[in-house]
Ligand binder design. Structure first.
Ligand SMILES: Cc1ncc(COP(=O)(O)O)c(C=O)c1O
Length: 402
């Protein structure tokens, strides 16, 4: 069993008040808060051992290189990857997807689901790749009738919180000769990931949604995939030799990490992973399900409030059903714009996200322009969820009387 009070006490930001009200942070799908362990580890880098990695021979530079590579090994273990060099540090999940998209061209046919975040849509469009949209139930058909290079799919929707059956999608895609990229931006803080068992070709995530710092993300790719790919960025640290008109890049992963590496951020990410390892995944999932199922119960008592979900007939998984919503739930409130609602809730210290959440296709599919999203981390409590009905009713009242 998780002890949310003990967990909360490790997050200094959660002690903050807004307009005299304690903060109720229900926006972890946008970015999670950071525990003391991560803050201290990063502060410690700058206080005691800051130096550039992979650049110098002096003791601080050696230490920075060692710590940076240790962080890579921590991510490798966390994802259950076979080799450390299959882990490429990027600026973000977005940059990691762009790095893979950089290798596709107009000839490539890419499958995207209606659930995708814009970060897993625009990079493929920028390459003029041919895009096939799947509602998941038609995936087999698309794979049978087209030569698909890659299926790029979210591991967990950042709007509906549902998890497409990625194991099955990977098997189907591989059988049809297509590679698979899993966008694990939302999955990573809520479910263990085993890339070797999944057998995905690529998997991406950002540290900042995993209790780690902003400014660093991860691309996992099978070694043979990375070896075939050309680097997206050029610069220091990625080159083996330069001739008059050409250069030879280093091997993987260095050839993808041009410029000064984000040493403190990598250490922060590794610390977040080590911190999270103190808790059992089973307990994390059970606790977060408990919070979300309770949120559903209390929200559905509010007149005019509708929780978003896919219609089972329009987006049935290839086989089996979509799993219960995890990480977040989104809703609409009759006659209230999500921006107005979250602005008024914000005045009461309650932080929820409003808008299309960078996921316009799924909103369009559901026939709405925007929604309000509630998302949880392991520091949230049932007491916080219980504040919502009266706060939302208060917002409804304010809006009705202005
Ligand atoms: C599903 C999904 N994919 C990708 C991203 C992009 O992550 P980042 O902005 O950290 O690059 C997000 C961010 O919200 C997301 O929710």
């Amino acid at each position: 069993m998780l002890d949310p009070k003990a967990i909360r006490s490790q997050f200094p930001l959660l002690l903050r008040e807004i307009s005299g009200e304690p903060i109720v942070y229900l926006d972890s799908a946008a970015t999670s808060q950071k525990p003391d362990a991560v803050l201290e580890a990063m502060m410690n880098v700058y206080r005691t051992s800051n130096a550039n990695a992979h650049r110098g021979m002096h003791p601080l530079a050696e230490e920075a290189t060692q710590q940076y590579e240790k962080a890579r090994a921590t991510v490798q273990k966390f994802l259950n990857a076979k080799y450390a060099e299959e882990i490429v540090f990027t600026k973000s999940c977005t940059e990691a997807i762009n790095l893979v998209a950089h290798t596709v061209s107009q000839q490539d046919h890419i499958v995207l689901s209606l659930l995708e975040h814009h970060s897993n849509i625009i990079p493929w469009m920028q390459r003029d790749a041919h895009i096939h949209w799947t509602n998941l139930s038609d995936l087999e058909e698309i794979l049978r009738t087209h030569t698909i290079s890659l299926v790029a799919i979210t591991g967990q929707s950042n709007v509906l919180g549902i998890r497409p059956p990625i194991e099955e999608i990977i098997q189907l895609s591989h059988a049809a000769g297509a590679k698979v990229l899993v966008d694990a931006a939302q999955l990573v803080a809520h479910h263990p990931i085993h890339v070797q068992k999944l057998d995905c070709d690529f998997l991406t995530f950002s540290s900042h949604k995993l209790y780690g710092p902003t400014g660093i993300g991860v691309l996992y790719a099978k070694r043979e995939c990375l070896e075939e790919m050309s680097p997206m960025l050029g610069g220091g640290g990625m080159v083996y030799s330069i001739a008059e008109q050409s250069f030879t890049p280093l091997g993987i992963p260095e050839k993808f990490e041009a410029g000064t590496p984000p040493v403190a951020d990598a250490i922060g990410l590794a610390t977040a992973i080590d911190w999270l390892a103190h808790y059992d995944w089973k307990d994390i999932e059970e606790y977060e399900q408990h919070l979300l199922r309770h949120a559903e119960e209390v929200l559905t008592t509010i007149p005019g409030l509708t929780i978003l979900n896919l219609q089972p007939h329009s987006a049935k998984a290839p086989r089996g059903d979509l799993q219960p919503q995890s990480g977040c739930i989104s809703f609409t409130l009759a006659a209230v714009h999500p921006h107005d609602l979250t602005e008024i809730l914000g005045r009461q210290g309650i932080c929820l996200r409003a808008g299309h959440h960078c996921a316009q296709p799924i909103h369009k599919h559901l026939g709405i322009a925007a929604s309000t999203r509630l998302s949880v981390g392991i520091y949230n409590t049932i007491e916080e969820i219980n504040l919502l009905p009266s706060a939302i009713e208060h917002a409804q009242h304010v809006l009705a009387t202005t």
